[in-house]
Design a protein around this ligand. Structure first.
Ligand code: C2E
Ligand code: MG
Ligand code: MG
Length: 412
């Protein structure tokens, strides 16, 4: 992670960029255009008119108008320049014959064309600058959140129906508390974190925090044999040369066995298929970390990919699970995936199970594990600890297992 000094510099740099990005006020721009048009007219006439001096000066107000008011502004200034530049030709021609209309027209066409071309070019550049500015703002915002400890994790239970509904895993899901105190989900900041590369720093924090928490649960004797902590990792992280090392260091620092960690990659991530990406997956696998293919069915991962990649778990996307008990097409797909996964020796997890009927259907179709609001919403570490403890107490008291880990309406 960069030092505070680097972050401070970055913030200042961002602030300066934002200041430069502000536009010229319309009144100032209008005044500038008027003054430069008048100066252009005066200076051109002083030298005998447009036939002896090409009216280049008129391009200045056209450019200012284009910069401030866009294509329409440039067009207005071009027409005004044409009108102003035309009459001067009377005074300049030695023979005192008026300049032909065609000269006026040619000059006007040039003003318009050059004005529009310049505006388009500047517009493209400005759009690029604005995008850079947005990225700077996002980077500052995300650094500030990391600095201010405003990221947090929720844990969602992963449950085995075959083992009577026991919690056999947890998926760590990141949240961000905005400066106004509102907590937002990853859809509000992960895309920009990926675009700016900040996901590497955030992902490193997520991995360390989740591993430490899992080690705490283990030390308190709350975890089932074979419990797995699932952590989502973005393609950018996996494509980094140091990711495997980062995982090793994190596991060592949190004293967690690699076998307890499962890294989730989305189906879209494997589309990149770079050599380093594949190498990273193989190295992680050799370490003993398991890999899950998240949101299976939404991307491009064909069945062949499952065989080719060192994947241990397939998470069937919620879009196939919702209404599974009523939709035959979804049931057919789910059954197909589970039987293929089983033949390849992979574990299947059905995501987004919200109703008891869906849970029964995925179990019937051969899914190994389930995850969804029906069994527990994503919850804070303390609440998850209580759920694990309650389960342990239930097992000791001989209570019927299989009940949802939290009330389905608990906050996520
Ligand atoms: P995901 O990995 O597929 O996570 C499951 C998402 O579905 C979570 O949304 C979870 O809250 C939600 N969910 C779980 N059960 C149900 C259910 O029964 N019904 C419905 N409607 N939704 C359910 P969340 O937490 O908003 O995360 C969204 C996505 O953001 C995740 O999808 C994952 O791709 C990404 N994400 C989350 N945390 C991280 C992270 O630490 N790093 C990275 N790179 N991505 C993350
Ligand atoms: Mg996931
Ligand atoms: Mg998913």
């Amino acid at each position: 992670m960069p030092t505070r000094g680097v972050r401070g510099e970055l913030s200042e740099w961002g602030a300066r960029a934002v200041a430069h990005g502000s536009r010229l006020p319309a009144s100032t721009a209008g005044l500038l255009i008027g003054v430069t048009l008048a100066l252009s007219w005066v200076s051109t006439s002083a030298f005998g008119g447009t036939a002896s001096v090409p009216p280049h000066a008129f391009y200045v107000p056209i450019m200012i108008a284009g910069l401030r008011f866009g294509a329409a502004g440039a067009l207005g200034a071009s027409l005004a320049s044409t009108l102003l530049a035309g009459p001067m030709s009377y005074a300049e021609v030695a023979s005192r014959t008026p300049q032909p209309l065609s000269d006026w027209a040619v000059r006007g066409v040039f003003f318009v064309l050059v004005g529009q071309a310049l505006t388009a070019m500047v517009g493209l550049r400005t759009a690029g600058l604005h995008a850079e500015l947005e990225d700077l703002r996002a980077t500052r915002r995300l650094w500030a959140a990391l600095d201010g400890d405003r990221f947090s994790l929720r844990y969602q239970p992963i449950v085995s129906l075959r083992r009577g509904g026991r919690i056999v895993g947890a998926e760590a899901l990141v949240r961000l508390e905005e400066p106004d105190g509102v907590t937002v989900g990853p859809d509000q900041f992960v895309p920009e974190a990926e675009r700016t590369g900040m996901i590497r720093a955030i992902g490193a924090w997520v991995l360390l925090e989740a591993c430490r928490q899992c080690a705490r649960w283990r030390d308190e004797g709350l975890l089932e044999e074979g419990f797995r902590l699932h952590v989502n990792v973005s393609p950018l992280e996996l494509d980094s040369a140091t990711f495997v090392e980062q995982v090793q260091v994190t596991l060592r620092a949190s004293d967690l066995d690699p076998g307890m960690l499962c890294i989730e990659i989305t189906e879209h991530a494997i589309a990149q298929d770079s050599e380093r990406f594949l190498d990273t997956l193989h190295q992680l696998h050799r370490l003993g970390v398991s890999l899950a293919l998240d949101d299976y069915g939404t991307g491009h991962a064909g069945l062949g990919q499952l065989q080719r990649l060192p994947v241990d778990v397939v998470k069937i996307d919620q879009s196939f699970v919702t209404g599974l008990d009523e939709r035959r097409d979804r049931a057919v797909i789910t059954q197909h995936v589970t039987s293929l996964a089983r033949s390849l020796g992979l574990v299947t997890i059905a995501e987004g199970v919200e109703r008891a009927q869906e849970a029964a259907a995925v179990e019937r179709l051969g899914c190994d594990l389930v995850q969804g609001y029906h069994f527990g919403r994503p919850m804070g570490a303390d609440q998850f600890t209580l759920a694990l403890a309650a389960e342990g107490a239930g097992a000791r008291d001989g209570a019927t297992p299989g009940a949802p880990a939290t009330a389905p309406g608990a906050p996520g």
